[in-house]
Structure formats: C-alpha cells, structure tokens
Design a protein around this ligand. Sequence first.
Ligand SMILES: [Zn+2]
Length: 545
Amino acid sequence: MFLLASCSKPPQTSEEQVTEVAPAAQHTLLIEQSRLSIYHPVDLTSDLSHLSDNQKRMLSLLIDASKIMDDLFWQQAFNQDKSAFLSAIEDKDVRHFAEINYGPWDRLNGDAPFLSGFEEKALGAEFYPHDMTKTEFESANFEDKQGLYSVVKRDDTGKLFTQPYSKAYSDELTKAANLLKEASALANNEEFKQYLLLRAEALLTDDYLASDMAWMDMKTNPVELVIGPIESYEDQLFGYRAAFEAYVLVKDLKWSEKLAKYAAFLPELQQGLPVESAYKAEMPGSDADLNAYDVIYYAGHSNAGSKTIAINLPNDERVQLEKGTRRLQLKNAMRAKFDNILVPIADTLIVPEQREHITFDAFFANTMFHEVAHGLGIKNTLDGSNTVRGALKEHASALEEGKADILGLYMVQSLLEKGEITEGTLKDYYVTFMAGIFRSVRFGASSAHGKANMIRFNFFAEQGAFEKTEAGLYSVNMEKMGTAIKALSALILTLQGDGDYDGVAELVANMGVIKPALAADLARLEAANIPVDIHFNQGKEVLGL
Ligand SMILES: [Zn+2]
C-alpha cells in the first residue's frame, strides 16, 4: 500500500455552504505489489558503429521527435496532466508502472484501474467526449465522423463535431515537423530525406498519403522511422481513430536479405489459402517487402503496455493495393522476449519431450510470417460495400490479428513443404506457436492480440490440437493441429469476406475469453514470476549518442 497526493479537484459545493478545502483524495494501489514487476527491464541497444556522425546526429533528432509523439499519446490516452499525475505518485515502482501504462489503467488486465479514485477507462479513450454514447454517435451527423486523424468534441450547444489533429495538437506537431525537417538535412539517403520532409508536411496537414507512398518507395535507407498517428487499437469504442506513436530503427542488412526471398511467394500462397476462391480474389501487393531491424526507440502507443516486435505498415488500403506493405521485424526486441518470456513459459507449461522444439528460429519465423500474412486474404467485403475493417468495426483488429497469426503458420507450413524454409521442422513451428499463445493471452482482453489468442486457444481446445497431461502440461497433437489451422483460417477469412459483424461479435463473446483451466495455467506462470512483457531502458544515453 502507498499513498499519493490528490490529483482530483475538490468536490463542488452548493452556493450556501462555506467552501472548505477538501482533504486530499488518496489513491491506493488496487493490485498486488508483485504485479508491478510483470515487465522485465531490457536495455534497448544496437550496434551503431557502421553509422556516420551525421547519421548519429540524425538519430538524436528522430528520438526527439518521437518523444513528442509520446507526449501526444499521453493526451490521447489519459485526460489529466501527465506530469502532475506522475509526480504525485510517491512510490517509484508504482510511478514506473503508471508510465508503462500511460495512465492509471492496467493495459494487460483489461484496462482495470490499478489506482483507486479513477474511473473506468473510457472505451473511446480521449478521442471522444466521455459522456457520448455509441447510439448518439451513430445517429449524429457531422463531418469526418469516422476520421482516423480527428478528435470528436462537443460544441457549446452540445452538438458533436470533429477537430483535426493538426489543429488539436498544433504546437506539438509543429515542433515535431521541424525536427523531422532538421533531420532530413542530415540524411544522406535521398529517399529517406524525401520521406522525412513529406512526413513533416503530413503532421501539419493530416494527409499522410504522400508520405506513406514515399515510405514504401524507400529501399536502401540504413535508418528507418515510423512516426505519426498510425494504429487505431486505442480507440476501443469504434476503432476509427489513430494513436500517436514512433519507432526509430536501424536496418539489419544481413537478415533483411534473407527475408526478402519470401515476399515473392505471396501471390502463390494467396491462391493456396484453405478457403473458397471468392475469399481470396484480391491480389496481394507484389513488391511487398520484409526487413529486419534493431529498434532503438519506442514512443507513444507502441511503447504502452506490451511492446510490438513486428510491424506491418502502412494501414492505408490505397497504399496497400498500389504498393503492398512493408513488414518490419524488430529482432533485438524479439530476442529479448524469447529469452526472458517464451523459454520460461515453455519450461512451465509444455511437456518436457516437446521443449526442445522451442527455438528462436521458429519464434522469429512465426512472428515474421504473421506480418506477411496480414497481406493475405482480402481488404474489402465480398459484396463490395465496405472495407473489412469498416464492416467489423471494433472487432476488426482482433480478427485481423487472429488472421495474421493463423495464416502465418499456414505459410510456414507451405514453405517448409516446398523446401523453401530449411531451418527446423514443422514440430518446432507448432510447439513454439503453442507456447506463443500462452505468452500472448497474457496481454489480456483489452489488446487485439490478446483477444485473438484467446479465440485461437479455445478453438484449438475444441479441435483437439493439443492435449493436457495429468501433470497439467500441454502437448501438441501434430495431426489435429494441422486440421485446426485450416479450419480456423477458413472461418476467419469467411467472416472477413462476409463483413459479418454479428458473427464476429458472437465469436469474440464466446471464444475471446479465458476459461478457468487456462486461467489456472496463467496463474502458474505468474507464480513462477515469469514476466508478461518487457519494458525498455531507452534513449540517447543507453545508445551512447
Ligand atoms: Zn499483426
């Protein structure tokens, strides 16, 4: 237990009463002290010795711009002043936990408040007025209603309207844009220079299309930057609005070369998907590329709660159809999770005779092919009336992540059969995938990835894809796993193609939950003090910049 000073206003008093200064409200910790250490600390470093002094100065500027994205994400996630909130927390472990969560809600526990005195987190975060209901939003008529880059507010008469990010956050975005322009002057890669300039422009105009296109055109840049309002997971009310984030990355040229060859198989693998042909009629982008990186800075949404280890961007369907997507595998972050989380999980929950099949190669490949698999399937519903994302609304992300997971495994399986993948055996990929589910369901139901993994776990259980021994250890059934992968792939692709909102809602309600047996297993991981995720000691100092 600990106390911290109030950060809430004194209660309103009626006119007649003598106003007294309200006693400071005290926030107490609502979770076990041990939960504060579910994030294992990792120094985020990389070998920068091949970079020039100019490139290093450029990295510093990119980190500065990223820090602004971090501040903006705080504003999107939490309705109080960040500094006042944090400095009022006396206990440093609690304060650190609040920093990781970007507010008083536990992101890996369904956003439950971990400090007393705070309301439930609004599903729409700070993208919408807290008192707005879904019905009100749906029946109201105003501009940019489903906008990715605007905040919904109320005017003086109570009517809803939107304010574009470039207006709502104009000071911060102007600063960030200036930093990107400054960095562009130091870039010696022409395409990267161009991208930084266009991205700076996008931050000021809310039009990201040109910069997304330019980002896809960059091929030889050794330094990489993802920055801006990008993913819409933080908007759990509708999934419409994008949260600010940034990644500063250094390309791993050797690994990237190795990965490049797989992209060529996308069209062929699309054809082979285990679903009726109508559900695979779209052609995946042909110049899709796949690269490995060390990430040297995470900011905003990407740094909140669990840390992303692979990225697939851009999200704009127009760019995807014209240029495909880029998949970024964050190798140093991935290795950190494998060593500190996945191996200990397998040692606790997988039968001893299958533990040798837990390999970094398989973990890396499963994660890599998850990203590739986002490019498979279809983006628009079969009747052409909507995008899949638009039709499935707040469930779109969970289903899309579930699709990528299962089709990623389908791809590995296909490429192993063709002899294109030569590392490891199918058993390595299945068993490592299974252990990966335990790792991911710990992300909780508030994360699209967590929910996707719950659905898959329950689906696999129904299909007999794994067995549980008397000692409570899991054993993958190779044959039934193969069948289950096909069945789940078909189910998800069909729901997406049909834009079947009700069907998905039902699937999420029935299967996107942790049942008692699994809850008991997760408790065993907790009792064994296996971290749920990692957090980074990061920045210029750690990097020696
Ligand atoms: Zn994904």
